[in-house]
Structures are given as structure tokens and as C-alpha cells.
Ligand binder design. Structure first.
Ligand SMILES: [Zn+2]
Length: 107
């Protein structure tokens, strides 16, 4: 838990979170279902499990509290859900490297 707090309290994360919040102000899952709901969580698409690398190098999506809970529940069954402009994409943990390598570079 302390390690988690260290990651979430880091200056790098605060900066990243602010940037991601402005990119993803609306819950991605609600949007696909035709609802406009404010995103309250900046979700790490691939669970970081306190791994420093995964914490900072990840895909991010904005989710409301209930959608974030649904996503977290799916993760316990090994399904990683990413709601994109092209609909829902489902990954498994081992897709991490492949998916991150194929992301357009971000500033
Ligand atoms: Zn939602």
C-alpha cells in the first residue's frame, strides 16, 4: 500500500494524471453506451500492480466510478477492457508489451 501511495503521489503521476484528465474528461464506457458521465478515475488499462514501468508506461482511459468497478472485476477474471473510439477492445495481461509497442508516440 505504501508503494502504491508513492506511485500515486509522485510528481510524474500528478502531471500525467492532469494531462490524461484533460484528454479523457468523459467516461469512455458510458460514452459508448450513449451516456455522458464525468470520468472520475484515470484508469491504467493494463493493471500496473505497483510495477514502476507499467505504472508510467500504459494506456489510460477515463472512467466513472461504477464503470471502473466493473473493469476491475473483469480483471480478476483475466480480461482487460479498453473502451476506445472504435468500441471495446479486450486484452489479456500478456498483451501489454505488444500493445504498448504499437502505440503512437506521445509527447
Ligand atoms: Zn461510466
Amino acid at each position: 500500500m505504501r508503494e502504491n501511495a508513492k506511485l500515486y503521489n509522485s510528481a510524474a503521476w500528478k502531471q500525467r494524471r492532469a494531462a490524461e484528465r484533460s484528454k479523457h474528461p468523459i467516461c469512455a464506457r458510458c460514452l459508448i453506451e450513449g451516456r455522458v458521465e464525468q470520468a472520475t478515475h484515470i484508469d491504467h488499462v493494463f493493471p500496473h500492480r505497483r510495477n514502476d514501468n507499467r505504472f508510467h508506461q500504459n494506456l489510460f482511459q477515463g472512467l466513472c466510478t461504477s464503470c471502473h468497478t466493473l473493469k476491475t472485476n473483469a480483471e480478476t477474471k483475466g480480461v482487460i477492457q479498453h473502451w476506445t473510439q472504435n468500441g471495446l477492445k479486450e486484452y489479456v495481461e500478456s498483451d501489454y508489451g505488444f500493445v504498448l509497442l504499437n502505440q503512437p508516440a506521445e509527447k
